[in-house]
Design a protein. Structure first.
Length: 93
């Protein structure tokens, strides 16, 4: 697992572990990565930064998000060391 630095050179950064499943894992070409971001980064901003990096085809509005194994709101804060999962819609029968 590599660490990706998407934060400008500041001391106020945190490292978030991001897990990808389904189409997002395919588009990111990985299932997990550590991402360094500014401490004030929101879940929405995190997804936008990663979406630009990996060129995700799904807009945020189609996804759910979980932080540390619990469903979260897009407005919830994230902290250094958190694990974030972006969850695509599940189809089935």
């Amino acid at each position: 697992m590599s660490t990706i630095d998407v934060a400008p050179n500041t001391e106020a950064t945190m490292t978030i572990n991001v897990l990808y499943f389904a189409s997002l894992a395919d588009e990111a070409n990985c299932q997990e990565e550590a991402v360094s971001v500014e401490q004030s980064t929101s879940l929405t901003e995190l997804y936008e930064q990663l979406s630009q990096k990996h060129r995700f085809s799904r807009p945020q509005a189609e996804l759910r998000v979980a932080v540390n194994d619990y469903f979260a709101k897009w407005t919830d804060q994230i902290h250094d060391g958190d694990s974030v999962v972006f969850i695509t819609p599940v189809a089935g029968g």
